[in-house]
Design a protein around this ligand. Structure first.
Ligand code: URA
Length: 240
């Protein structure tokens, strides 16, 4: 996007209504290239003009890439009546068209990428891209060697779905805490895989998607934008 009406641009940048943007402009709070502009319909070129609101430089970003430390109890589906991951985004990261790339269950915590870039989502985080997603899982039963052999081979789930081998690391002496890595993203895949070896996932936390790990400084429910190098690395590693 390059040239856009000023009120439209301000409403997108600040995630406010067009009317509120018009009001800000009318009150003289908006400058373009150092000059106060009071006309909402003036055209502004985001690649050439510098916009200030209350003397703070504002940048229009067409696409957003957000890392969320997803809390339990929040759904990824935006069609649901439950509180969803878009609802809990901070206002300064909200913009139209955001959706979670790859879903986590309501009770799963951890790394979620939220974006408004459909091409990126398709290239990088869609389930069929085979990017390894790593999860920490607490199990109801110890995971024995037979179960590990089954999980690390192609296996068939209860409904006949065939899934690719998982990568398993046993993390605790009691064999009830594991790291599991899967390339696909089938519905309830980790829970169903563990169910198929007569175990049960008690809690599930996603640690990483491909090269991207959950930022350990993000508390549960917190978000930040991905850095350019995180984005570049994800794109480099996607198998397109
Ligand atoms: N597998 C599951 O079973 N649930 C998730 O949320 C993610 C992967």
């Amino acid at each position: 996007m390059a040239v856009e009406r000023l009120d439209k641009l301000i409403s997108k940048i600040l995630n406010i209504s067009r009317n509120d943007a018009k009001l800000l402009i009318k009150k003289g709070n908006v400058k373009i290239d150092g000059e106060i502009i009071k006309k909402s319909d003036i055209k502004c070129d985001t690649e050439k003009n510098q916009i200030f609101v209350n003397d703070t430089a504002c940048f229009y970003k067409q696409y957003r890439y957000i890392m969320m430390h997803k809390p339990s109890g929040v759904v990824c589906s935006t069609d649901d009546s439950d509180v969803n991951v878009i609802d809990i985004l901070p206002d300064d990261l909200k913009c139209s068209g955001l959706f979670p790339g790859g879903r986590l269950d309501k009770d799963t915590t951890g790394l979620l990428i939220i974006t408004n870039d459909g091409v990126f989502a398709h290239k990088v985080i869609s389930p069929n891209k085979n990017l390894i997603k790593r999860y920490l899982a607490d199990l109801a039963e110890p995971l024995d060697d037979d179960a590990i052999n089954t999980l690390t081979s192609p296996m068939t789930l209860a409904d006949g779905t065939v899934v690719k081998p998982a990568q398993i690391k046993v993390l605790s002496d009691d064999k009830m805490q594991i790291e599991i890595g899967i390339g696909e993203g089938k519905y309830h895949q980790v829970k169903r895989m563990l169910g198929a070896v007569n175990n049960r996932v008690v809690s599930l936390h996603r640690q990483s998607i491909g090269s991207l790990s959950l930022d350990s400084s993000l508390s549960v429910g917190e978000c930040r934008e991905l850095t350019q190098s995180e984005l570049d690395e994800l794109l480099q590693n996607s198998d397109i």
